[in-house]
Design a protein around this ligand. Sequence first.
Ligand code: PA5
Length: 450
Amino acid sequence: MERIILDYTNMSPVIRGEAISRLQAQVDLALQTTLQKTGAGNDFLGWVNLPNEIDDAFLRDIQQTADALRTNSDVIVAVGIGGSYLGAKAVIEALKGPFAGTEKVLFAGQNMSSWYMNDLLALLEKKDFSVIAISKSGTTTEPGLAFRILKNAVEKKYGKAGAKERIVAITDKARGALKQLANGEGYKTYVIPDDVGGRFSVLTPVGLLPIACAGLDIREFVNGFKTMAKVITAETNVMKNPALAYAAIRTLLHRQGKDIELLVNFEPALHFVSEWWKQLYGESEGKDGKALFPASVDFSTDLHSMGQLIQDGKRNLFETFVMVKKSRYSVLIPHDDANLDGFNFVEGKNLDDVNYSAYQGTILAHRDGGTPNMTIELPDLTPFYLGQLFYFFEIGVAVSGYMLGVNPFDQPGVEDYKNNMFALLGKPGKEQATEKIRAELARMMPKRIG
Ligand code: PA5
């Protein structure tokens, strides 16, 4: 069975093998702290064992629910945000392709735009649809409001009894408004384990149910996780284990002064894999005044917008490419008699061959320009290899976060804007904060131009 590999050829001369090897003891410590759950945030390490804990009965149940929703619906709307959204979105788009918007699963609750919701409701009016409400806390504003609106739409169309067949809730086992509501209404409910944080929850019903609803093979996705979990425990030599080498290399680069990691693809369908990765790394490492800033670009598209900066701007970044070895389709470039565009020199080639040459040209040019880069290579774009990739990144951030000296499993900083927003909206219980923030806004001297 093939596995994903890490190619760090273009880290040279900035990072050489000896430097990576010298980090072995630190990597060991961080890995063992993760696997044995002895470090900061160890009450949120349930995701580590998920690949081996998932059993057949659970997967059958998820599949049955998905099949029932797929049978009675043209469209299934998954409502969630952050960790309750990005994993499923990333997998579905990566495997269904860039036009996945027209497919079976749509998303809501990841924004508060009236425009988005208006157009979604208009689309649903003409379809049979179901809703999966996903929120661990059960109190998050964006999915909470979207679900309120969509529940209303389901009930209007199918009545209360019909809604029971068409709404599934995925939430905490006991706490939160969504749990209470689901119990009251009699919705089918799945539990998000207490010890699995949002950004690590793609292997729970949070990710698996929408992925199965899209008609994708969740068993193969789980198998990918299992395979990478075996690699992680069987081979702890940093020079032989791609996930550990990735964590070590990004740590070395950060210690050398690189502040930004760009995750790069040459495949539009991978755009949301980068979005998922950004949350995973940003929320896990960005604290206590520390972090590598996780950013992403889609090539070759962004070579025409960000290429100049990456080649030649401030030398504070490095790149991690995610490349897929196998071409999915053959789209041959035709001969043109007039050859006015001058492209007959590539006639007969598959478009992906040209894309691959762009990749090869880019990694060399960027390395020569002072942007070291490495490549994570997937043999193919399938649920199995995506499962491997997701666990690779999860272990990678745990090891890298501990080496950075932070607790990779909390996110205290995400509460601050919410507190201000709730105070401004006059949420009951926030009266004092409401007064304070309104007074602060009134005191502020507007500085506006134009
Ligand atoms: O990783 C996280 O904890 C967050 O991104 C959450 O997933 C996100 O805020 C959604 O939270 P909830 O699932 O409680 O609605």
